[in-house]
Design a protein around this ligand. Structure first.
Ligand code: C2E
Ligand code: CA
Ligand code: CA
Ligand code: CA
Length: 277
């Protein structure tokens, strides 16, 4: 009886999770279609390590659900991927970001913004057309955008990934491997990928100044990446000591709460002006 009871509770939980997910997906579809401000992009600065200048940003999606409030992207992006909705999300993100960059350009601010891609985006041949059309419409050069993709996403189908990434490179976009170090691939497997940048996962960086193993991993990743002619970004830099270590090891770009949290679009220019003073 007891087993039956716990089984029933378990099934009920599964059903509730399933319903929550379906509801969330339906709401996400509405949010994408209505474009009524529930979805917004935030922008986190990356600074160039040698000059400490901030001209690059990572675009991170934010969803403020009318009833549930903030829904983290770590929650709804995987749902959208499983439900075949990620293409619509990425298209929405690309459009919002390109329009924002164009607005900054008109204000005399040239930013390069990195957009996160999902594995399923790599099997959408029309994505590149969509991106190029938006750039042309807004009279922006290809180097205003770059893209981040995780190693595990690339490794799901390396052949397919390779082909599309090559097309991205031929169109002038820089490409970063995101969350580097968390997958099972080695740099020697990835060296055939047409990428320009490695982004060391924040799990190796958050405690960098305190953990000897992380120091070894990060320092050797930087030199290995450089020997492959890749630029290196460290994400998750939360303190000054870690920043100093990364700069001394020649890490090219630095990103993290110590520099800035992801900012709403309207706070970016004030932040840049204040930061560069
Ligand atoms: P990610 O691409 O690895 O993004 C980095 C995450 O780390 C972001 O979380 C960012 O806010 C957070 N972060 C940055 N600096 C620090 C730091 O110093 N300390 C700590 N503890 N965290 C830091 P966020 O915005 O919640 O995004 C989570 C994930 O959701 C992203 O991981 C990415 O995989 C996905 N995501 C976010 N926006 C998009 C999007 O527009 N499209 C797609 N496909 N995925 C997205
Ligand atoms: Ca990223
Ligand atoms: Ca990352
Ligand atoms: Ca991630």
């Amino acid at each position: 009886r007891r087993e039956q009871l716990s089984m029933a509770i378990y099934e009920q939980q599964l059903e509730e999770e399933h319903l929550t997910r379906l509801r969330l997906l339906a709401d996400l579809k509405t949010a994408l279609a209505d474009n009524d401000g529930q979805l917004q992009m935030h922008y986190q600065p990356k600074i160039f390590s040698s000059t400490m200048q901030a001209t690059r940003f990572e675009a991170l999606i934010r969803w403020i659900h009318p009833q549930q409030g903030f829904v983290p992207p770590d929650l709804f992006i995987p749902f959208a991927e499983q439900a075949g909705l990620i293409g619509a999300v990425t298209d929405w993100v690309v459009e919002a970001v390109v329009i924002q960059i164009a607005q900054w350009h008109q204000q005399g601010f040239n930013a390069q913004v990195a957009i996160n891609l999902s594995a399923k985006d790599l099997s959408r041949p029309h994505l590149l057309d969509h991106i190029n059309r938006l750039l042309v419409q807004n009279q922006l050069p290809a180097n205003s955008l770059s893209f981040e993709i995780t190693e595990s996403e690339i490794m799901r189908d390396p052949e397919e990934a390779n082909q599309l990434l090559l097309k991205f490179r031929k169109n002038g976009f820089e490409l970063a491997i995101d969350d580097f170090g968390t997958g099972y691939s080695s740099l020697s497997q990835l060296k055939h990928m047409p990428v320009t940048e490695l982004k060391i996962d924040k799990s190796f960086v958050l405690q960098l100044a305190n953990l000897e193993n992380d120091k070894i991993i990060v320092q050797s990743t930087i030199s290995l990446a450089h020997s492959f002619n890749l630029k290196v970004v460290a994400e998750g830099v939360e303190d000054e000591a870690s920043l100093a270590l990364l700069r001394s090891w020649g890490c090219d770009w630095i990103q993290g709460f110590f520099i800035s949290k992801p900012l709403p679009a309207k706070e970016v220019l004030p932040w840049v002006n204040n930061y560069s003073q």
